[in-house]
Write a protein that binds this ligand. Structure first.
Ligand code: NAG
Ligand code: NAG
Ligand code: NAG
Ligand code: NAG
Ligand code: NAG
Ligand code: NAG
Ligand code: NAG
Length: 413
């Protein structure tokens, strides 16, 4: 059966071929006759018709191709519909599952855990990053970062707890301690889990500035922190939270004490080896307890020009924590600084250390005097509110301070 089929199909093919040969031969002989008979123009017409036909076919194919491409291109509004229908196909997973999913924006806005394993160099690099779009893609409430530089526990923590109470979301706390200190306050405390990875600090040495930069860098990782305040364990607030928050958030300048003084304990500490990076007319002195806006905080952690020169050439009797920041800011961004500290201190007794106040010194009268004792400028206008904090308060002052706080400072009764 099969062989028969193959035989017959072969036969059919051969018969077709023979018929075609006969047709071509016939056409050829007719052509010869026509050439001889002078009827060439009939053949020419046929050739012309055939070529016009094929041109039309090619043209139709070409146009068809272009129409398809045009439909698919984005110039056509209809093509959005085509793309959109394929995008919304259920086989693709949703891009964002929950606002906390890893890889979400919340991971970048603020670290979930304060503790980390970054080395200082890695931390400073991470903290030096700046967004280049001014508008935040989320609702941002600016916060004040309270950065405590202490040896161990905060003896006046109870006063600070009362100060912070009820203002959650407007502040963040960072604590740098001695590395061996590992005491954890109760979970209900504002200081719970707020210790940052710390290193040993030597009084008056460069490690003090390293600790300040470490605090700033950790606080910069939270994009909501707008103002950065350095405090010691002997500092107290002398106004309520609302007053302090508004004063800092609404100030167009930072508060870094900065002055030029020809005497031995200021210009006298200048080291010629700092030249030419810093010359004697650039040299400034100021209190270590600064308050910075976000720009200056970022500049301080990302300074790779002045910092190494100070580290190398500003050694006792040059104290880096009293000269580095005032000199840097005055040289680079003088208009961003008010040149005054907002932390009150009493140097009147003379000597290398300011007065430490004891239990017997603390009274309502005393605190009132500190609050409105002098005139200064704030945002370009004169004010009597020049200090928001004060130091140095001995642990024994906690009891009288807690007694005065409700009436004078208005913290929770
Ligand atoms: C795209 O598809 C989504 C969901 O299928 C729909 O909500 C949206 O309106 C569509 N967009 C356009 C431009 O058609
Ligand atoms: C997302 O984060 C918020 C605040 O950090 C938390 O209250 C909430 O429980 C988290 N949700 C999930 C699903 O993890
Ligand atoms: C201080 O100046 C800045 C910038 O001009 C302004 O935004 C802010 O409201 C001012 N603060 C006060 C308390 O006037
Ligand atoms: C110090 O440097 C500043 C530029 O930073 C320059 O204007 C000033 O004249 C220099 N002063 C001295 C004493 O060299
Ligand atoms: C702070 O001091 C610098 C340098 O002396 C000066 O340019 C700047 O105007 C001062 N700022 C204020 C608020 O006085
Ligand atoms: C502060 O300025 C006011 C007037 O503006 C003046 O009466 C007062 O004596 C000044 N206070 C001090 C401590 O200089
Ligand atoms: C905070 O202090 C200011 C003035 O110092 C006062 O007007 C305000 O009522 C106080 N706020 C609270 C909550 O006590």
């Amino acid at each position: 059966m099969k062989e028969q089929q193959i035989f017959s199909s072969n036969l059919r093919t051969r018969m077709k071929q023979r018929r075609f040969t006969v047709f071509v031969k016939d056409l050829f002989s007719r052509f010869k006759n026509q050439v001889r008979g002078g009827s060439l123009h009939v053949t020419a017409s046929i050739v012309l018709c055939l070529s016009i036909g094929s041109t039309v076919v090619i043209l139709v194919m070409f146009i068809n191709d272009h129409v398809k491409k045009y439909l698919a291109s984005s110039e056509n509004p209809c093509s959005y519909l085509l793309c959109n229908s394929s995008l919304s196909s259920p086989s693709l997973p949703p891009l964002i599952q929950s606002p906390n999913a890893s890889g979400s924006l919340s991971d970048l806005i603020a670290p979930k855990e304060l503790w980390h394993s970054m080395k200082d160099k890695e931390l400073l690099w991470r903290a030096s990053m700046v967004p280049h779009i001014d508008e935040y893609p989320y609702s941002r409430t600016p916060k004040v970062a309270f950065m405590f530089l202490t040896r161990g526990r905060l003896p006046l923590a109870e006063l600070w707890e009362k100060f912070f109470d009820g203002h959650e979301g407007l502040y963040s706390i960072y604590v740098h301690t001695s590395p061996e200190f590992s005491e954890q306050p109760p979970e209900s405390s504002a200081f719970y889990n707020r210790r940052i990875p710390s290193k040993p600090v030597e009084w008056g040495g460069a490690t003090m500035v390293d600790a300040e930069r470490r605090l700033l860098a950790n606080a910069l990782l939270d994009f909501s922190n707008e103002r950065f305040l350095l405090l010691s364990e002997t500092c107290i607030p002398i106004f309520n939270f609302t007053t302090i928050y508004n004063y800092l958030i609404n100030s167009k300048q930072s508060f870094i004490g900065s002055f030029d003084d020809p005497r031995a304990n200021a210009r006298g500490r200048y080291n010629k080896r700092l030249c030419p990076t810093v010359n004697i007319s650039d040299w400034r002195k100021g209190s270590q307890w600064f308050e910075l806006d976000r720009k200056l905080a970022r500049e301080m952690v990302s300074d790779v020009k002045y910092y190494p020169v100070f580290r190398k050439h500003c050694k006792p009797p040059c104290y880096m924590d009293e000269h580095y920041l005032p000199t840097l800011v005055t040289k680079r961004w003088p208009q961003l600084n008010s040149n005054r500290s907002i932390t009150w201190v009493d140097w009147s007794a003379g000597g290398p250390h300011p007065v430490t106040f004891m239990r017997k010194d603390v009274s309502e009268e005393f605190l009132k005097r500190i609050r409105n004792g002098i005139n200064c400028t704030y945002n370009g206008s004169i004010t009597t509110v020049c200090f928001l904090f004060a130091r140095k308060f001995h642990p024994s002052t906690l009891e009288p301070l807690l007694r005065i706080a409700p009436s004078l400072l208005g913290f929770n009764l």
